[in-house]
Design a binder for this molecule. Structure first.
Ligand code: 48H
Ligand code: FE2
Length: 264
């Protein structure tokens, strides 16, 4: 077959911007492609939502690739193992209740399943701010301010672009980067005890895992916290290389947002 390089370029540009234009007005925008964000993306796409996930790095996966200290195996507990089984990840019960999976298999399977379910993934894209609106004295997050990661890394002064979304999921992990921006730049109060971001505590796996799920919720109108960001926001513990809470958090945030979307 004869090959025309310009057709290759045109195919990429046309299809990329078709996907991007379909993402200008979303039901749900997810920031961060770690285990919580990928699981939320899959569940929301499977339910028919217009959902996009923005990830700063080239690859989705966040902190899941390296297991514990680069030993690339992860552990999940029984309550969460269905979320790996649903995407075809083989699991081994190491001791009763402790299920081990290959970290690379789990990470790639979660990413692939989210894409195949119809979530629109934009890797190499950094979220640098939120869009804020006030109506009748109530402020709400209504979208995201996004930029190309190479622009961010090079420190170039290039202005970002904007997308609108009914709901935003802050799933940026330990750094809680996007919610931090919201709090620092605006006089807003979150639904935390202090009204701000409480910050993460040291390691206590059992409590941290339960809290990750409890803390997964809307923290300010239009923005929800999931995964490690939920614990850092509400001041709970870290858990080390156990990932069940992250997966369950992604499942919970998707289910609660779906209820909200269906209620109109
Ligand atoms: C676009 C961004 C931005 C931005 C960050 O850290 P993650 O894996 O997130 P979680 O919460 O799904 O999973 C946490 C888990 O990996 C973990 O760290 C655990 C269990 N730790 C326990 C412990 O004790 O340490 O992924 C977050 C993703 C990353 O891929 C970032 O690159 C990305 O978000 N990200 N993407 N715009 N502004 N900030
Ligand atoms: Fe971590």
């Amino acid at each position: 077959m004869a090959l025309d390089e310009v057709i290759i370029t045109e195919a990429i540009a046309s299809e990329y911007f078709r996907k991007f234009k379909e993402s200008l007005s979303l039901d749900v925008a997810i920031v961060g492609g770690g285990p919580s964000g990928m699981t939320a993306a899959r569940k929301l796409a499977q339910a028919g939502c217009n959902v996009a996930l923005f990830e700063r790095k080239l690859s989705l996966g966040g902190g899941m690739w390296g297991g514990g200290m680069t030993w690339n195996m992860i552990v999940v507990q029984t309550e969460s193992k269905h979320l790996l089984e649903e995407v075809g990840v083989p699991l081994k019960e190491y001791k009763p209740g402790y299920w081990v999976a290959d970290a690379v298999t789990a990470t790639t399977a979660l990413a692939s399943a989210a894409c195949l379910a119809g979530a629109k993934v934009f890797n190499c894209m950094s979220v640098e701010d939120v869009v804020l609106r006030e109506s009748n004295g109530v402020k709400r997050v209504t979208g995201l301010v996004i930029n190309s990661s190479p622009v961010e890394i090079a420190g170039l002064h290039v202005d970002p672009v904007t997308i609108a979304s009914t709901h935003v999921i802050e799933a940026t992990g330990h750094a809680v980067e996007v919610l931090k921006k919201l709090v620092r730049k605006n006089s807003v109060r979150l639904t935390t005890a202090s009204g701000g971001i409480e910050g993460e505590q040291s390691l206590w796996a059992e409590v941290a895992e339960a809290h990750t799920v409890d803390n997964t919720r809307e923290v300010f109108p239009g923005i929800w916290v999931a995964g490690m960001a939920a614990n850092a926001t509400f001041g709970s513990y870290r858990m080390g290389p156990i990932f069940g809470g992250m997966l369950l958090s992604g499942e919970k945030v998707a289910a609660e947002i779906l209820v909200r979307l269906r209620a109109g």
